[in-house]
Design a protein around this ligand. Structure first.
Ligand code: SF4
Length: 472
């Protein structure tokens, strides 16, 4: 049986061999970094803003029970039907039920990683509904039958030429590499879908407990149409998205835009607080909010890694990660890619099946440094490695470490073992990197380091003999 770890290794090996794609990604992310830094430079004090954001998220996550209750009761008071889904199955079943009760045929969707997490499109299509993604990037990957490559830039791996070819093939459009024309092709098709849709499905970037509102931030105006035009609006969000106060958005909206796309603020920022009220002329007749747990409460119970629930999904940690840049988004095989994906996926989908992602890191700490809410990402990767090891130690690692401890406690024996290692090391060269090499997976692409000619104890003794005690 092929494991998730093996799939990751195979996919990563494949992408690292695609030099053109990697160069294309580097150029794209290089451009993002310049814009991001320019916008970030306009903050009076970025590190104070970051500290404030981390403290607000800490408060929200550590008092989630209180803030969620406040949020839900305010929404329900205005006629929103709130459903708390324990897992992906419950969330999907609820949405399918709403669609069935209302005889929904066509569904339009705004970008939502939470719906990707619960594989909602697949379930809806299987149940006979037509589903259209309205975000341009999402629409492109939907036409290709792919998952998003990056949770902010879903189609970042595709060139204009590839998108043009896709549109010619799937939509019968004329060839063009002009981004504006390509956008217009998709927009013309999408306009009809908004009008025909019986249901609009969105995510939420933030939820405000104080006022009982969800906040959606976007650049294309598609989410506004998705939420306002169809008679039913279903919003799906993780329970960790709650912020205490409306004024918190004054910090978080620009921060998300700065780190997400390098903009000072995204073009459209909307707040939704319920279905159409008496006397209002527009808005959906029904508003359903699905609050997804899906093992987030397990993460909440883990005091050491709880801060990973602070994530605002800006994608900045992906953009600076040397692993993401070289293996690409699809290799991860997860909804959330890059460093934050490697931290939370083992919690959301099982530590033993997904622990390999925590090892796919150089631990350089670039992710932690860039994270606007100060999540200690690279240390959490280490925590996952440690937890996986404690939960299910590998037999050969147990023997290896037991042997190491045994030798370290016996200096005489340790010295003898060191000498023997140095004597027999040349033999390893005979099998280095071959199938006979017990370290093959490591030595296939690297030379095994030769033992030092002189141990530290020997070096120290020699220094003393030579009378060299000072600093060199
Ligand atoms: S972990 Fe931090 S940098 Fe990464 S997506 Fe979340 S908020 Fe952004």
């Amino acid at each position: 049986m092929i494991t998730f770890a093996k799939e990751f290794k195979n996919a990563a090996a494949h992408v690292t061999g695609q030099f053109e794609l990697r160069a294309f990604m580097r150029r794209a992310l290089g451009g993002y970094e310049v814009t991001r830094d320019k916008t970030r430079g306009k903050y009076q004090n970025w590190s104070d803003a970051r500290q404030a954001a981390a403290e607000i998220k800490w408060d929200a996550v550590n008092h989630l029970d209180r803030y969620l209750q406040e949020f839900i009761s305010k929404l329900e008071a205005r006629g929103t039907r709130v459903y708390v889904a324990a897992d992906a199955d419950h969330a999907r079943d609820y949405i399918l039920q709403v669609a069935k009760e209302n005889k929904v045929r066509s569904i339009i969707k705004a970008k939502s990683m939470t719906t990707e997490e619960i594989h909602l499109n697949h379930a809806l299509e299987k149940d006979g509904h037509s589903v259209f993604e309205s975000d341009l990037g999402e629409y492109i990957v939907q036409l290709r039958g792919e998952a998003p490559y990056h949770f902010v830039f879903p189609a970042m791996h595709l060139t204009r030429e590839q998108i043009s070819e896709l549109f010619q093939k799937e939509l019968g459009s004329a060839p063009t590499n002009d981004p504006e024309e390509l956008t217009m092709i998709a927009r013309r098709i999408m306009r009809d879908k908004y009008v025909q849709a019986d249901m609009g499905i969105s995510g939420a970037n933030f939820a405000v407990a104080e006022t009982g509102m969800i906040s959606i931030t976007e650049n294309e105006g598609n989410a506004r149409l998705t939420c306002a035009l169809p008679k039913i609006h279903v919003a799906v969000m993780g329970i960790e998205k709650v912020l205490p106060r409306l004024e918190d958005l004054a910090l978080f909206l620009p921060m998300l835009a700065t780190m997400g796309t390098g903009q000072a603020l995204t073009c459209y920022n909307s707040l939704y607080s319920g279905p159409r009220q008496p006397g209002e002329v527009d808005g959906p007749e029904q508003f359903h909010l699905v609050l997804l747990d899906n093992r987030r409460t397990e993460l909440l119970a883990d005091a050491e890694q709880r801060d990973s629930l602070h994530c605002i999904r800006c994608g900045a940690c992906l953009n600076v990660c040397p692993i993401f840049k070289n293996v690409g988004g699809h290799s991860y095989g997860t909804t959330y890619q890059g460093p934050i994906g490697s931290v939370i996926t083992p919690h959301l989908r099982g530590l033993q099946n997904w622990k390999h992602l925590s090892s796919a890191s150089s631990l350089c700490g670039a992710c932690t440094e860039v994270c606007p809410v100060g999540i200690d990402l690279h240390h959490h990767l280490l925590h996952n490695r440690r937890n996986a090891m404690h939960e299910k130690p590998l037999w050969w690692e147990k023997i290896l470490y037991a042997g190491f401890v045994f030798l370290m406690r016996r200096p005489g024996l340790y010295r003898v073992a060191g000498k023997l290692g140095a004597i027999f090391f040349p033999l390893h060269k005979l099998v280095n990197g071959t199938a006979l090499d017990p370290l093959q997976s490591w030595t296939k692409t690297r030379e095994f380091p030769a033992p030092a000619q002189e141990s530290f104890a020997e070096y120290w003794e020699r220094r003393k003999r030579e009378g060299n005690h000072g600093r060199q």
